[in-house]
Design a protein around this ligand. Structure first.
Ligand SMILES: Cc1cc2nc3c(=O)[nH]c(=O)nc-3n(C[C@H](O)[C@H](O)[C@H](O)COP(=O)(O)OP(=O)(O)OC[C@H]3O[C@@H](n4cnc5c(N)ncnc54)[C@H](O)[C@@H]3O)c2cc1C
Length: 394
């Protein structure tokens, strides 16, 4: 007999958005997190307009905005020509209540959600509880978690795998993670250096194209994050030395070197999508379902869009307002837009930045000069278009 709960593996931003949404809609949830506390890892820092609209519905947008930076504009530059085009989300202010990106570390969102939800009668989070295996019956799911080195089982009506890129839920369900891993690695270097003081007219979000060494600069409270793709043969150890980081940073502004470096992290870069986002009563959302390069800031945002899409449907089914077939629409909508929008856009963004730049520059300038094309472009990069497309799929 299944316990009457939804089980969620993973207390990252995506798992906690799903949990908060469900608990508030009257659905009891238990989140199992493998770590002893919420992750402090600094990865996503961009929240797009429709994601902020969704977080607003959970009461989480305002505290996030208070801790982050509101960025209405973003820019493209080329190393050769400097500023190429600047876009302002005010052009789509009729399509969102938040016509800007918010730059804020994802770990701030997880803390906001956890603080808001702890004590809620429908919400439970268990730390030090890695999910190891999953099995299903016609009426429920059973998971094996490890507690104090020993296996224990838990049962529920549904399971959501929000346990990140290496998802144990996805593996246990035997769902293929189709796609590829780029040979390049991504080095993220954080510095308190004041780029505003030395780059005239710089926006808090700037992508700089260059066939030799493109990069992008993102501002978060108190720091800039400079992200470089590293494609040389150098070992991971060598790439993470201060000397290597300084050599990359020295290419940003001629004549400026010896930056203060607060931290740096090296990441592998993948483009992968799970073969299905649903298997019976188990679902995959966020990085468990799809991963992509961070150009455009779409991974966590897309994951939060998955979480809201699924939670809305599960709540309807739970309350008896819709049949189980309602849940099939989650996979149908979210998997297709992940392939069509998120994967395609992030791969194209990478190609654009590493291209010689002239064609890319002309195309951006043509978009920026035409209000209708600017609007269409901003709907796409803000991810509003992908949500509209998902809704059209029915
Ligand atoms: C450098 C970088 C920059 C990025 N920038 C952006 C950006 O600006 N915007 C954006 O949208 N995306 C960005 N991303 C992607 C973003 O970080 C991820 O898409 C996001 O973290 C996915 O959230 P998630 O909750 O699905 O997974 P995760 O954040 O990975 O969380 C998964 C959670 O599950 C837990 N867990 C793992 N295994 C188990 C298990 N077996 N049992 C229980 N718990 C488990 C983990 O401990 C973790 O707490 C960036 C990524 C990188 C590397």
């Amino acid at each position: 007999m299944s316990e009457e709960r939804v089980l969620i593996a993973g207390a990252g931003p995506v798992g906690l958005v799903a949990a908060a949404h469900l608990a508030r809609a009257g659905v009891p949830v238990t989140v199992f997190e493998q770590g002893p506390k919420l992750s402090e890892e600094s990865r996503a820092s961009t929240f797009h307009p429709p994601t902020l609209d969704m977080l607003h519905a959970l009461g989480a947008a305002e505290p996030l905005i208070a801790q982050g930076l509101v960025c209405p504009t973003f820019q493209y530059r080329t190393k050769k020509h400097g500023l190429t085009a600047e876009f302002n989300f005010s052009a789509i202010a009729d399509a969102t209540s938040h016509p800007y990106r918010v730059q804020c570390e994802q770990s701030k969102l997880t803390r906001i959600l956890y603080e808001q939800m702890r004590g809620h009668p429908n919400f439970e989070l268990q730390f030090d509880s890695p999910v190891k295996a999953v099995s299903q019956t016609a009426s429920g799911v059973e998971i094996t978690i490890e507690r104090n080195g020993k296996p224990e089982t838990r049962s529920g009506r549904y399971l959501i795998g929000a346990d990140g890129a290496s998802s144990a839920v996805r593996r246990s369900l035997g769902i293929e993670f189709e796609g590829f891993t780029w040979p390049d690695r991504l080095l993220v270097i954080s510095t308190p250096f004041d780029f505003f003081g030395v780059i005239p007219g710089l926006s808090s979000v700037s992508y700089v194209a260059d066939p030799e060494r493109w990069y992008f600069l993102l501002r978060v409270p108190g720091l800039w994050r400079a992200m470089f793709l590293v494609n040389e043969d150098a070992s991971d150890e060598r790439v993470q030395t201060p000397e290597f980081a300084q050599s990359l940073m020295a290419g940003v502004i001629p004549g400026i070197s010896n930056y203060e470096i607060s931290h740096m992290t090296l990441y592998k870069v993948h483009q992968r999508v799970a073969k299905t986002f649903q298997l019976g009563r188990a679902f995959l959302i966020g990085d468990a379902a799809h991963i992509n390069n961070p150009l455009g800031g779409m991974g966590m945002n897309g994951g939060i869009h998955d979480a809201v899409n699924l939670a809305e449907r599960l709540a309807k089914v739970w309350r008896g307002e819709a049949g189980e077939t309602e849940l099939e629409r989650f996979d149908k909508q979210r998997r297709l837009v992940t392939l069509e929008a998120i994967q395609k856009t992030t791969i194209q963004n990478k190609k654009n930045l590493e291209s010689p730049g002239d064609e890319f520059r002309q195309s951006l300038q043509a978009i920026a000069a035409d209000p209708a094309r600017t609007r269409e472009y901003l709907m796409r990069v803000s991810m509003i278009a992908s949500l509209q497309r998902a809704a059209e799929l029915g």
